[in-house]
Design a protein around this ligand. Structure first.
Ligand SMILES: *Cc1c(COP(=O)(O)O)cnc(C)c1O
Ligand code: SF4
Length: 459
């Protein structure tokens, strides 16, 4: 009996074999290679060793309008250049973009390019903010017992070690602190100072329930190697701390650092190894949003960390015109998995000043989630979450108590974080049906729509 069964299963059952795949479904393995940056006139003489050196990248990172315009000269028409100049002028978030990212933009169609959309604001695409938007919509400061530490969840906390990043993302949810002051925004100061960190360490040591610390910023790429060690080792030495994650967008925007900044890599790997010897878990969390951000350079950079035993997870932000299609999101998750980065979260875009055209609806996020789930290994399937405005924390997009697709108001609860409270997310108004748009145009309707949503949620 056993033999017969084995014989039957060892042969390929021709009638049950899946048809051969279309090679296009393996596009996630085609990584951009070669000296692609030379297409940009300003970088046409840049050699590979220069381009792969993080110091060259940092030195040529663009923060000024004039530099951006000079790099774009010959690539875009006057109309686009004027549009970008206006975008720069009204942007609430400082602009900072690496030559690497600029080289990944399709300059034949910059208007629609997913990387351009994330880093170079335009005047023409700007939409009015949602009327319910506030600075620090996640309420991170409200849950901060000491400056730069948000302790919202029972066993984990978010440590904002500094306020700078290798690039600045237009959609940054921490624009209340991150980046230089803009005219429109007076920022909270979170400098990289061991004296400020002391208070954070003392608080963490005094709270035995804390086991898990997110070391973020800003961006931990911008921490000096000795500060990476200081923070990592101090936290590992607190007996009840079991898990650390360094958060950095770096691998997505400046992978060169992982290839050429040996001191920084050694510091990170040193903390990971020290953690392992102590039976503690130290990983890196990063932030890729589009498959075009993953190139052969990324693959090499990530492989260096992986071979040194560093586990890497990814958190993306769902953005309209960037990654809000099923195809793009599946390609992103597959490509991340291919280079050994685990897709962890996809965030619904927070309500952030000046980024309304990048947000999309909860219904659309739920639609994409349904299609992504089932296309990859379960552990490579990101969880789609709404970080509930007002400090409810991350909630599965599907888990709303009520959701009105006409007004775009969804209501979430967070029983383990803030029991009894209700948290509202607001879809972007221009994506609502005409009836919903009309109601938002009438200020007298605003509170009514909120009250209706809360009533539907049983609040
Ligand atoms: C996201 C976040 C964390 C970490 O949450 P995970 O779901 O474990 O990734 C911790 N604290 C705050 C305030 C956060 O926003
Ligand atoms: S890297 Fe992160 S913290 Fe820095 S600007 Fe981008 S989203 Fe904000």
């Amino acid at each position: 009996m056993a033999d017969a069964k084995e014989a039957a299963t060892s042969e390929i059952q021709t009638g049950r074999v899946r048809p051969p795949v279309d090679p296009a479904t393996l596009a996630h393995r085609d990584l951009l290679d070669g000296d692609f940056w030379r297409k940009i006139p300003a970088f046409k003489d840049v050699t590979e060793p220069e381009f792969l050196d993080h110091r060259w990248q940092m030195k040529h990172t663009i923060t000024k309008l004039e530099t951006l315009l000079s790099v774009m000269a010959g690539l875009v028409d006057e109309g686009f250049a004027a549009d970008a100049a206006e975008g720069f002028r009204i942007a609430p978030m400082a602009v900072r973009v690496s030559p690497y990212l600029l080289s990944l933009i399709d300059w034949d169609d910059p208007l629609h390019d997913p990387i351009r959309r994330q880093f170079i604001p335009l005047g023409s695409t700007r939409l009015p903010n949602h009327p319910r938007l506030t600075l620090d919509s996640l309420g991170e400061q409200g849950d901060a017992p000491v400056p730069g530490l948000t302790h919202r969840y029972p066993d984990k906390a978010l440590f904002l070690t500094l306020d700078t990043c290798p690039v600045y993302c237009r959609f940054c949810t921490r624009s209340y602190a991150v980046g230089p002051n803009q005219e429109a925004v007076e920022k909270v100061s979170l400098k990289a100072r061991p004296s400020r960190w002391e208070r954070v360490f003392e608080y963490i040591a005094s709270r035995p329930e804390l086991e898990d610390i997110v070391i973020s910023g800003g961006d931990s790429y911008n921490l000096r190697p000795d500060h990476v060690r200081l923070i990592g080792e101090t936290l590992l030495d607190i007996p009840h701390i079991r898990r650390l994650r360094f958060a950095s967008k770096g691998p997505a925007v400046l992978p060169q650092k992982l290839l050429s900044d040996d001191a920084w890599v050694a510091a990170l790997v040193g903390v990971v190894e020290r953690g392992r010897r102590m039976d503690k878990d130290v990983v890196l969390h990063t932030h890729f949003n589009h498959p075009n951000e993953i190139t052969r350079i990324t693959e090499r950079a990530v492989a260096r960390l992986v071979s040194d035993g560093v586990m890497i997870r990814n958190q993306s932000v769902l953005q309209r015109g960037v990654n809000d299609s099923v195809e793009t999101m599946i390609l992103l998750a597959r490509r991340l998995s291919w280079v050994n980065v685990h897709p962890y979260y996809v965030y619904q875009h927070d309500l952030v000043e000046g980024t309304e055209e990048l947000r999309t609806t909860v219904a659309h996020a739920a639609h994409i989630e349904k299609h992504v789930r089932g296309s990859l290994a379960g552990y490579n399937t990101p969880t789609f979450v709404v970080d509930a405005p007002g400090g409810g924390g991350k909630r599965s997009v599907h888990s709303y108590e009520s959701y009105d697709r006409v007004t775009g108001v969804s209501v979430y609860t967070a029983p383990s974080v803030k029991p009894g409270e209700h948290f509202l997310y607001f879809d972007p108004i221009d994506k609502l049906p005409p009836e919903g748009q009309a109601r938002w145009a009438d200020e007298a309707q605003h509170q009514l729509m909120v009250d209706e949503a809360l009533a539907a949620a049983g609040a």
